[in-house]
Design a protein around this ligand. Structure first.
Ligand code: BG6
Length: 488
């Protein structure tokens, strides 16, 4: 690394919050130790609480020991990382409290600056305005906005318009951490570096697509946020739609940021808007009630968070149609939920059945081919093919086998999504971040469903914690003569 390569000040607003400790600090710790972040860079935590640098370092150390795998934590490495830390107190409600931050940043006025807003979106506009008024925005400044950006199109527009008063669109990095996951990036590699899939990737050959992001965890102390958002705003509008875009997009003309984002936004604009009748037939929303996970009793959502009345969905399932030539008549079934039986995120591309089976009249069942991309808990890619069972039996016997496309075993540590994304911001590469028009197109489509739900077009269902979700979600896909993929 040259003396100035990846040299920057990373400023984390909300730096004593859950995301900062759980994801951002561990990511920066690894980037520093793996030599991706220049050793002269500073990691400046901006927090509301008043803490000395020594207290702050002690707190970060404790959190890293909690969130970094024990074999990757080491005192010497931590000491190097700690030397890069700074902490300042700012009260985002009081514009006069930026003095400490200004003094620190003015020490290196020409350095690249990554302003990471890990705060409630309510503060995004105010922080940008304050940075501007304190003269802390330079041409080398970038700003990272954590999701969710707003609760709907209108509020998202208001926030973006505010931020755009002070930063150019090219300086804004809207993060969706799913795009930083290695397997998610591999979707593009798989689709656009193999000729094999190209002629098969359309309505002539694909029957339908399933996207599932199931979590066994609940809202984990984030109730204040979650109850106001729910599964649709927290997961579907961003993570699941982004996955859908990567599966459905046309090949971009290059890997540069705008080419990729142009293709994704076309998919978002092709999502068929849902009418009230569609909302009734093609969407399911549900909240979990008490149950058990791994033999442990789990309280229902309302009891767990201590509210008697909550109409927030912790599960959503939808049939999504894409109105363009490639995907005409190919449904995308998507679902996501908390407190499900197991953590499991996967994308299933179900191919059509063969046009004529020479095995059928002998009672041989031919399963259609499937490409199964598993993101979590264990990343894998499997192509399900029919194969002959070896042997001398008179009638040919077939079975479905998995062709596994797993990456070669790596000896080194696999980077987390936030490492990839933070490094991309440091390198000023916006390809994996959402452009304004993408966010707006996603909200425009999601808003119709949220409005329909607010009017109770579809009743709220329930499901037991530790189950596979409400039976209505099973009925949603079965009505079309299909079923959710399940290998467990
Ligand atoms: C976040 C959501 O964006 O993604 C959380 O706000 C969710 O509610 C999380 O738990 C899931 O991320 P991952 O990487 O654990 O699948």
């Amino acid at each position: 690394m040259s003396e100035t390569e990846n040299l920057c000040d990373v400023i984390i607003f909300g730096g004593h919050g859950d995301l900062a400790f759980r994801k951002l600090m561990p990511a920066l710790y690894h980037l520093t130790n793996d030599g991706y972040l220049n050793g002269q860079s500073r990691i400046i935590t901006v927090a509301r609480d008043n803490m000395t640098l020594e207290e702050h370092r002690g707190l970060v150390k404790k959190k890293l020991q909690e969130f970094v795998r024990p074999d990757y934590f080491d005192e010497e490495k931590f000491a190097r990382f700690a030397a890069q830390m700074e902490v300042v107190t700012v009260d985002f409600r009081d514009t006069s409290t930026y003095e400490g931050l200004k003094a620190l940043l003015d020490l290196h006025p020409d350095r690249d600056r990554v302003n990471y807003l890990s705060t409630s979106p309510d503060f995004f506009g105010t922080i940008c305005k304050d940075l501007f008024e304190w003269n802390l925005i330079t041409p080398q400044s970038r700003v990272v906005l954590e999701k969710p950006i707003g609760r709907d199109l209108q509020s998202s527009r208001a926030i973006n318009e505010e931020v755009l008063k002070y930063f150019q669109e090219s300086q804004i990095y809207r993060i969706d951490h799913y795009l930083g996951k290695d397997t998610v990036q591999n979707i593009m590699a798989l689709r656009f570096s193999n000729r094999f899939f190209m002629p098969l990737w359309d309505a002539n050959n694909i029957d339908h697509v399933q996207i599932t992001v199931a979590e066994s965890v609940g809202v984990e102390g984030r109730w204040g946020y979650y109850d106001d958002y729910g599964a649709m705003r927290d997961m579907i509008q961003n993570h699941l739609l982004q996955l859908l875009c990567l599966i459905a997009m046309e090949p971009p003309c290059s890997l540069d940021a705008d080419s990729v984002r142009d293709e994704k936004v076309k998919v978002l604009r092709s999502l068929r808007p849902m009418t009230p009748a569609d909302i009734e037939q093609k969407t399911v929303r549900a909240q979990y009630v008490q149950g058990s996970i791994n033999g442990q009793p789990v309280p229902g959502y309302k009891e767990g968070v201590g509210v008697e009345e909550s109409t927030t969905e912790t599960f959503a399932a939808l049939r999504v149609d894409i109105d363009n030539w490639r995907w005409n008549g190919v449904p995308f079934y998507i679902r996501s939920g908390k407190r499900m039986r197991q953590r499991n995120s996967e994308i299933v591309i179900q191919f059509k059945s063969i046009p004529h089976s020479i095995f059928a009249n002998k009672g041989r069942c031919i399963s259609s081919n499937k490409l199964v991309i598993t993101l979590q808990p264990k990343e894998s890619i499997k192509l399900k093919l029919m194969n002959k069972i070896p042997g001398l039996s008179e009638q040919m016997r077939l079975q479905q086998v998995d062709l596994e496309l797993n990456a070669p075993m790596e000896t080194s540590r696999k980077p987390e999504a936030y490492e990839r994304l933070l490094l991309d911001v440091i390198r000023a590469n916006p390809t994996l971040f959402m452009r304004l028009d993408e966010v707006e197109a996603a909200w425009k489509w999601a808003d119709l469903i949220l409005e329909g739900w607010a009017e109770n077009i579809v009743p709220m269902k329930s499901y037991s914690a530790g189950s596979d979700g409400p039976s209505a979600a099973i009925a949603l896909i079965e009505r079309d003569g299909r079923s959710w993929h399940d290998e467990s």
